[in-house]
Design a protein around this ligand. Structure first.
Ligand code: GDP
Ligand code: MG
Length: 370
């Protein structure tokens, strides 16, 4: 049954909840602001208060928020998005730091200076690769659980002196579940006790057969510490990306996912978006999770303001009314009114879910008490 809380109804009529409660009292309805009204009652009171009512089926509210698939003719090649995974201490953070320094633009413009949860490197010849800088399997699964499929390629870091460990196995199964191809980075080859061949043979037990053993998984020996063979790893990523034929339409309203988000004391809600299709522009109105906002600024990992961000580009955005969650998807909508409507609808859903949970917990407690 369709219902609405007194609070919500008041908000939609741009009046205070207390005043609506008073109105309802006048009509003999003793309710609080948190009470729910059925749709007929709500419509009656709204009309009496001089509002016109349009009932919208809930499913219609979000209808068309995410656009239909693009015409193949509009699709253009886009950079790959890479996640680095592996066992603790095998060198994920070191490798991400080392790769960050391969950026050619950075050499001129003072480098990648900000941590925004993802960064894009530009290589000689202009090719680009985006790295999600939130290593950790939790982030990966959380994003996937929220419906965000952002990673194209997983770089599995395995320390050559330690070989396969529990979180290596975990990472393999995450990548498999997501259907994402793996490139094995055999790290720490500078160590005297490094045994890269052991890593290759150990991987066989997890159904990963590297090329040198007759399989089709690329493996690259690197040292994140000594910055050895990073070019080899980048080449492997670009080759894999070519095989995947990654494409997106850059000429449409933007859609994508939240990589990370937080509340900044001075700037308010700050989120890092990964663009997945279209171009996100300053001034665009977005819905993201149960928040919305008009994009006030787009800032890249070098701290520079952008006028737009393109597919596979990570960008920090300002202007949201609240803090979304990693993995929340965003879409540009045509008006602030529509953005607000969808965000409010989702917030209401969230509250309903939360209160249903509390109610459930209470009844369980009552049951236990008996
Ligand atoms: P993470 O837990 O996977 O993020 O691993 P870290 O990047 O924090 O690295 C763990 C430790 O291994 C640190 O002490 C690094 O300095 C060291 N380390 C990382 N990469 C290499 C490497 O290529 N060679 C050597 N010898 N040590 C490394
Ligand atoms: Mg780390």
């Amino acid at each position: 049954p369709e219902t609405i809380t007194v609070q919500e109804l008041a908000q939609r009529m741009a009046m205070r909840a207390v005043d609506l409660v008073k109105e309802l009292m006048k009509q003999g309805q003793m309710v609080t602001a948190n009470a729910t009204l059925d749709a007929d009652t709500a419509e009656l009171i709204a009309v009496e208060l001089g509002h016109s009512v349009k009932r919208v089926a809930e499913a219609d509210i979000e209808e068309g928020l995410f656009g239909p698939p693009d015409d193949p003719a509009d699709m253009k090649p886009r950079p790959p998005v890479v996640t680095v995974m592996g066992h603790v201490d095998h060198g994920k953070t070191s490798l991400l730091d080392a790769l960050r320094q391969t950026d050619v633009v950075a050499r001129e413009a003072g480098g990648i200076t900000q941590h925004i949860g993802a960064y894009q490197v530009e290589l000689e010849g202009g090719r680009k690769i985006t790295f999600l800088d939130t290593p950790g399997h939790a982030a990966f699964t959380q994003m996937r659980a929220r419906g965000a499929q952002v990673t194209d390629i997983v770089v599995l870091v395995v320390a050559a002196d330690d070989s396969i460990m529990p979180q290596t196995v975990e990472a393999i199964s995450h990548a498999r579940a997501a259907g994402v191809p793996i490139i094995v980075a055999i790290n720490k080859i500078d160590r005297p006790d490094a045994d890269p061949q052991r890593v290759r043979t150990d991987l066989l037990q997890h159904e990963i057969q590297v090329e040198s053993l007759g399989g089709d998984v690329q493996d690259v020996e690197v040292s994140a510490l000594k910055k050895q063979n990073l070019d080899g790893l980048l080449e492997a990523i670009l080759l894999q990306a070519e095989l995947l034929e990654l494409k997106a339409n850059p000429d449409r309203a933007a859609e994508g996912s939240v990589v990370e988000a937080r509340l900044d004391k001075g700037r308010g809600p700050v989120a890092t978006f990964l663009i997945q299709r279209g171009a996100l522009k300053r001034g665009d109105v977005v819905v993201v999770g149960s928040e919305w906002g008009k994009i006030r600024a787009l800032i890249d990992e070098r701290g520079q303001q952008l006028s737009q961000a393109l597919p596979a580009q990570p960008v920090e955005v300002l202007g949201l009314d609240g803090v979304p969650e990693p993995g929340d998807r965003f879409a540009v909508v045509e008006s602030e009114a529509r953005a607000r409507e969808i965000a409010e609808y989702r917030q209401r859903k969230k509250r309903e879910k939360a209160s249903a949970k509390t109610a459930g917990a209470a009844s369980l407690e009552q049951m236990m008490a008996q």
